[in-house]
Structures are given as C-alpha cells and as structure tokens.
Design a protein around this ligand. Structure first.
Ligand SMILES: [Zn+2]
Length: 395
C-alpha cells in the first residue's frame, strides 16, 4: 500500500530539533576536530527547502556521523526513495540514541518510516509502537499513534487501525485528515466500518469527536466509543443529513419505562443498545437519535456520530445543527445523580468551548420543541430542567 505522507510525520519537528541543537551547541552538536561541524544545519536547511539530494551529499561527506546526522540522512534517503539507505541510517541512529529519550523516539519513528517504505509493515509497526511507548508528550504520542495506524493499515489490520485512531486525543495532529481519508476509503471498499466488534469500554475519545475537522485543541471529555457498547452501524439507506455547523445543544431525559439499569457497565451499554434498536427498528431512523447518552454512573456514551444530524428534538427544523444529549432516568420523578450532574457539566462545557456556542443555545427539549412545534413535552423533566438552568447560570 502506498503511503503518500510517509515523510512528513516527524520531519518538520526533527529538522527544527537538529537546527536547535546545532545552534545551541547541545550534546548532539556534530563535532569533527576542534569545532562544530557546519554540515548538520546546512543539511537540515537543504532538506527543509526540498533539496534532499544536496542534503544527502553533505551528510555523506562526514566520516563519522552523529545520531542526529544519521536521522537527517535517513530522512534525505527516504525523500529520494532509497528505502535501504534510509533504513540503515535509521537503525544506526537507533543504536546511537540509547541515552537520549528524545533521540530514541525519533530514531524509532525514522526506523518505522524506513520499514514502511521497504514494505516491511510488521517491522514498521514494532518500531512505531516503540516510538509510541517512548513518547515524551501527548502530541508525540498522538503522532506515533497515527504512524501505528498507518502500519496496521499496511498489514491489513483495518480494525486495529481504527481502534488506534480512536485513541488519538488531540484534534490538531495535522496528519489525522490523511489517516481518516485512508480509513474511510478502506471502509468503503470493505463495506463495513472497522472496529465495531471491540466491546472493551474505551474512555479515551469518541471516533465522532476525533473525526471532526481540526478544532481548538481542547480535549473532549472521556467518552465510551460506539464500539464499547457494540453499536450497530448507522443505516445509510436512511441516510441522515450531515450535521454541518453545530449551533445548539438539546438536553433530554430517557424517561425509561423499563426502570433503570444497574450500575454495571454492561447493563448500561445494553440499555444504550436498546435505544438504538428502538430508534432504528421501530422509529426507522438511521441510528440512535442522540449524540451522547449519560448513565446514572456518569459514563458518557457516544451515540450518533457528530458528523450526522440527530433525531431527538421533534422535527427536521428542530434537529438542524443540534447536538442531542440524553441522561438515563425520569427526571420528572427523580434527580440526576451527582455523577450525572458532573458528566453533563463537563460535556456541555466542552461543547460550548469546542463549537464557540453561547450558553443560551443549550436548552431542554421542551423549550426547543415548543419553538418548532405546537406541543411541548415534559422532557427533560423538572429536576433536570432545574439542573440545566444552574449549569447555564454558572457557565
Ligand atoms: Zn427529549
């Protein structure tokens, strides 16, 4: 499988790193004889300006290269499609990097890229996994995770790639869009979304959240992915409208006639699955109507993916650009639990920040329904309506 972006993942960061070390005279400053060697900054600049052949030429003139220089050479060779030279340089760099976690991380990434270029996806995955483990920051970890997902795709592990993709917390990793395009393409070809069989609760971020365009870099609250409750795929034959710009949020209660599930994750996941079945099979909707569901223990479940308009507020007009959040319970009769209150506050605060929403557009179902239809509803119940007013007043 061709990997068009194989070279840009760590290149920019690495080049800046090399220049910084060379200028600052740090431990990796290449030295030959008495003084700092001029080739590294020059080679880095040449690489950055697109002259990989020039950079390689400079680097090959150095008799004994440092770790940083080997990494630069690997990068140059990769750009020139010489995967063998790229791999040898990267492995030499890895051997020299032992005591510097930053260089170890970069050498692992470089080795992974070279392995990928040489069509050695298994080895690439090992190297990228090591880079992920050795990452020193969230951003480095997310970048390495993108690399792992690419290696998984290269070895045919679509489900694993999707799972990795869902573990990425930051939305401002610029390589994400490309990975998402690949995943979407693979899923279209295979006819099914990957990772739907992953039943393990995942409290990182949602696939829907992660799939949104690069946003403000505010981490979303922990959400149990659709895969964690074994969601069915969306029924695209009833294709819903794309969400477009999010402009408001509507809060609901589920007013369950069947009592409440126990505190166990599996029971709550089964309840969310039951909502989806009712919405898809009885209501004939494309998917579960809400975008988020909060159980009595404060777990947030990913409902309909945010890229799709929901089915929760009453009619087409009411659902337009509207995120639906439902809390499990009947809040005419009971109060939301403390955990539900905290989870709702966290989720709404994130939505408000992420989509630059004014707090007044966060409303209970009754207010939204009455604005669009003749008849109102008791939803979200008087106790949740009171809580919502309190959250908005503090917000
Ligand atoms: Zn409602």
């Amino acid at each position: 499988m061709p990997f068009l972006l194989r070279r840009c993942l760590w290149c920019a960061a690495f080049l800046s790193f090399c220049l910084l070390l060379s200028c600052a005279g740090g431990p990796e400053t290449p030295k030959i004889g008495n003084g700092a060697h001029p080739e590294t900054p020059d080679a880095a600049r040449l690489l950055r300006s697109g002259d990989a052949a020039g950079a390689r030429h400079l680097l090959l003139r150095i008799g004994t290269r440092t770790c940083a220089q080997e990494l630069l050479l690997s990068e140059a060779a990769l750009t020139l499609n010489d995967s063998e030279e790229a791999l040898q340089s990267a492995l030499r760099a890895r051997g020299m990097a032992a005591n510097d976690p930053q260089l170890v991380h970069m050498a692992d990434l470089a080795s992974g890229e070279a392995f990928l270029a040489a069509n050695r996806a298994e080895d690439a995955l090992s190297a990228f996994t090591a880079a992920r483990k050795g990452a020193l920051s969230m951003q480095e970890r997310d970048r390495a995770t993108v690399c792992c997902a690419r290696a998984e795709l290269a070895r045919g592990g679509v489900e694993a790639a999707r799972r990795l993709r869902n573990e990425i917390l930051r939305s401002d990793i610029r390589e994400l869009a490309d990975l998402d395009r690949r995943l979407a393409l693979v899923e279209r070809i295979s006819g099914q979304p990957a990772a739907t069989s992953n039943r393990t609760p995942n409290t990182s971020t949602t696939s829907a959240l992660a799939r949104r365009p690069p946003g403000k870099g505010i981490a979303p609250p922990p959400v149990n992915l659709r895969a964690s409750w074994n969601a069915r795929p969306i029924k695209l034959r009833n294709e819903p409208d794309p969400m477009g710009k999010v402009t408001r949020v509507t809060v609901h209660h589920t007013a369950d006639p069947n009592g409440l599930p126990s505190s166990a994750f599996v029971e709550n996941a089964a309840r969310v699955r039951a909502y989806q079945s009712a919405h898809q099979d009885t209501e004939k909707w494309a998917d579960i109507g809400y975008h988020f569901i909060i159980d009595r223990q404060g777990r947030i479940f990913e409902g309909r993916e945010l890229c799709w308009q929901g089915a929760h507020a009453g009619n087409e007009q009411a659902n337009l650009h509207n995120v639906g959040v439902a809390l499990i319970g009947d809040f005419e009769r009971m109060k939301p639990t403390d955990a539900q209150q905290t989870a709702l506050t966290t989720l709404l605060t994130w939505l408000v920040k992420e989509y630059s929403l004014p707090w007044p557009v966060i409303k209970g179902h009754n207010d939204v329904k009455r604005a669009h239809m003749a008849k109102g509803t008791t939803c979200p119940g008087k106790h949740l309506a009171t809580l919502l007013a309190q959250i908005k007043a503090k917000g």
